[in-house]
Ligand binder design. Structure first.
Ligand code: PHE
Length: 466
């Protein structure tokens, strides 16, 4: 599409790209999802597997996606079909992922909004009460209101085209979030028993290694780095032909992973302090972890608890908002490219979609509480220990993204050949991770995805037991 190339604006420089990509990448994935997965999958072992995956697989995939975008100047669907119509399917599969993620992302965004507001009007001790979270999400019409409010913020910002303003504000808020998270982490470590939690989080226990752990870490890596869903291809398409791609990719990874590790530091030692042991935390950790543990930490701030709670959730709110804006923008541009009916039409369609599917996900905590798709479809877990949100999350992170990543590796490694990407990267800089890139994309990453997924499926179906 020639016209697309002309209108496609370029990033003003490397840092503009890094900041925009970081604003998209840093969100609920780092702050909400990473800590509960790390807590659930044995702390230190999960952390180390995650870091190894980020610097090897994640690095190779992010290089591939951004360079593919820059080379073709297109978003996912166009980028893959630029090499032949039959490869379009990879772009289509990748584009389906944000449609699964956005609705449940917005639901969690609503939870964050509720907590931010609650700290303005309710004593911090009430919010820290064990029953507060359940009372809010379970069988409660209020949860719909907060989700709709969060979606309204996202849609309005995109519709009014004031996204850039938000991103500029974010440049101030993101460092504030980091400073606050460091402060809260230090405070949390003073709680009695927190040092055991620190050990649980940082020291790998080899006996905790499992196939599920690797599957979870891999899904989390895709989710947090915004990989295997077409988004980094789009970001790359805006990237200037003169700037150093490799350097930018490493910066984004460092930033994103640093914040995830920090979020774990803030939540996991405190969770262990509250619940007594890493094992106790592991058996109960789930999407509610952050909302249960942090309010308890905040009560320790005494008279300042409400201020601390409000400020913290306000910062999380902004991080979630910018990520959800980038997700929503992606949906809009996919619908727009497919229908050519104009932005207004696409925004409306996507908003209606996110609201309807978001409501369905939320029904999983209300009228549809007894529905357990994970258990009834895949036999995973015990009956009723997962909700519709877990099912959507599973569909995107454990099924779709690994498949898209695998197809991308095969496409780059064996069809268009790594040289296509290497040449693109070298247009603007040297490529010091070139060998790593080739070995990962051609051999290790695809084999890893296949082995892990097959082992996982067999394990879940009780054909083998790992
Ligand atoms: N990576 C974001 C997070 O960690 C989620 C996201 C994915 C945002 C894709 C935008 C696009 O929260």
């Amino acid at each position: 599409m020639a016209s697309e190339k002309i209108t496609r604006s370029a990033w003003s420089g490397k840092w503009a790209f890094i900041l925009a990509a970081a604003a998209s990448a840093v969100g609920l994935g780092n702050l909400w999802r990473f800590p509960y997965l790390a807590a659930k999958y044995g702390g230190g072992m999960f952390l180390i597997v995650y870091i190894i995956l980020v610097v090897t697989f994640g690095f190779a995939l992010m290089m591939a996606e951004t360079a593919l975008g820059r080379k073709t100047g297109q978003s996912a669907i166009g980028a893959f079909s630029a090499f032949g119509k039959k490869y379009m399917i990879i772009g289509i599969l990748a584009s389906a992922v944000p449609f699964i993620i956005t609705p449940y992302y917005a639901l969690i965004g609503g939870w964050v909004t509720k907590y931010m507001a609650a700290y303005l009007v309710q004593p911090a001790t009430e919010i820290a009460d064990g029953a507060f979270f359940g009372g809010f999400i379970l069988q409660n019409a209020e949860s719909y209101v907060w989700m709709l409010l969060f979606i309204a913020c996202v849609v309005l910002i995109v519709a009014l085209g004031v996204k850039n303003g938000i991103e500029r504000v974010n440049k101030v808020l993101m460092p504030a979030l980091i400073v606050m998270a460091i402060g809260i982490s230090i405070f949390a470590l003073t709680l009695p028993g927190a040092l055991d939690g620190l050990a649980y989080y940082l020291i790998p226990d080899v006996s905790k290694f499992s196939v599920e752990l690797v599957v979870a870490a891999m899904g989390q890596m895709f989710f947090s780095l915004s990989l295997a869903m077409g988004i980094m291809i789009t970001y790359g398409s805006y990237f200037s032909k003169k700037e150093d791609l490799e350097h930018s990719v490493r910066r984004i990874e460092l930033f994103d992973t640093g914040i995830a590790i920090l979020a774990g530091l803030m939540i996991i030692p405190a969770a262990v302090a509250v619940q007594g042991s890493g094992e106790a935390v592991a058996t109960t950790a789930g999407p509610g972890l952050m909302f249960g543990v942090l309010p308890q930490v905040f009560t320790g701030f005494g008279f300042a608890a409400n201020a601390v709670g409000f400020l913290f959730f306000a910062l999380v709110f902004f991080a979630a908002l910018t990520s959800c804006i980038s997700l929503f923008e992606t949906l809009v541009s996919i619908v727009d490219d497919a229908t050519h009916k104009g932005r207004k039409f696409s925004i409306t369609v996507c908003a209606v979609f996110v609201v309807i599917v978001g409501i369905i996900v939320n029904l999983g905590y209300n009228e549809l509480l007894s529905v357990d798709l994970m258990y009834s479809l895949f036999g995973i877990g015990e009956y009723q220990d997962s909700q519709i949100l877990d099912f959507f999350d599973f569909l995107s992170n454990t099924i779709m993204m690994p498949i898209v990543a695998l197809l991308t590796c095969i496409f780059i490694g064996w069809i268009v050949k790594p040289q296509t990407i290497i040449a693109e990267v070298k247009q603007s800089s040297k490529f010091s991770g070139e060998k790593l890139f080739v070995v990962m994309i051609k051999y290790i990453a695809p084999v890893l995805v296949v082995v892990i997924l097959v082992a996982y499926v067999m394990n879940t179906a009780h054909i083998i037991s790992l």
